[in-house]
Design a protein around this ligand. Sequence first.
Ligand code: FE2
Length: 384
Amino acid sequence: MAFTFFCPVKLIFGQPMAEALPPVLADIGAQRVLLLSDAGLARIGLAGQVEALLRDAGQQVATFLEVKTNPTVADVEAALAVAQAADVDALVAVGGGSVIDVGKAVGLLMTNGGRYADYQWRGQPIRRAILPLVAAPTTAGTGSEMTKVAVIEDEETHSKRGVLSPQLFVRAAILDPALTASLPPGLTAATGADVLGHALEAYAGRRANPVTDTLALDAARRAWRNLPHATQNGQDRAARREMLLASALAGWAFDQSGLGIIHALAGPLTAQYGLHHGLCIGLLLPYGLAYNLPALGDKRAGLLSALEMPPTLSDKAIVDRITAWLRGLGLPVSLREVRGVDVAQITEADLVAWGQAASAMAMLPNNPRPATAADCTRILEGMI
Ligand SMILES: [Fe+2]
């Protein structure tokens, strides 16, 4: 067995943002900061609170508070223009994965120059570390605060193309569970389903190693137990804390070990219907798992233990329990249950095209069970 594990992120867990942020910026030596956030967080006053906190800490502050749910290259360029005009020396991203990813992309262009498209998947090498970025996630979902990837939508092709490099790690991640308390139940459930998706795919993936297995199983255990509580009662502080930790651990795991068929199938479905990423991953979880369970071998026992299921359970019973868990969260478990999807309009040609698109996704070769385009089409067909 040979593997490498590298993550230079300073993880600060459980400390209030107001206490954690000023010393981190002092360590960086920052004086002029760009605060990135989104309109929803500006509306509830969170972005304003962080801006005041930064000014109190002696920082000059520029703001970009318009990051969209599925950010595009145009969003990155707009934020970059603000960063350049203010000549900032650090970035603070307060928000979900979209805000943190825009922070990474802006940080990349600030230090490396050029345009985002130059660095997209298998593009130019990234020679310099991004501008120091402090991430404070307000959702327990993407784990972007622990990963070396940024995903930004190309508005011309509507494809989400990532940039991947060890230069993209954030400098520090401030995990303050209080920041996730205002997330509504639907988004709590969807982002949390993404956490379980990351954990299970990182654990089952071909590039998994003993370190990622430990992180992934712990993340899966915490998410499985706590997501129902965090969804039912957003003020359940213990459940929020557990989910935020699970999200970071799962992000840490999948960053090193890769994802699999669930995230590969999400690509064409998201491109077709503009689905929320977490909702799409929740939808795919039972189907992807049903496909992979026969190939898990020795790893099956660890997965069942993390999900608190008896070791004798059949594949079908495991999938049924996961489906029931998702239903309990109020998430759709078939395509016809997804708002905005008219299954009567889906043609055989659509399914074939989506299967081909999924089979071309970079994460598919990491899946424990090989899958052809026809396999992907068959799984998608079963989801209707
Ligand atoms: Fe994901």
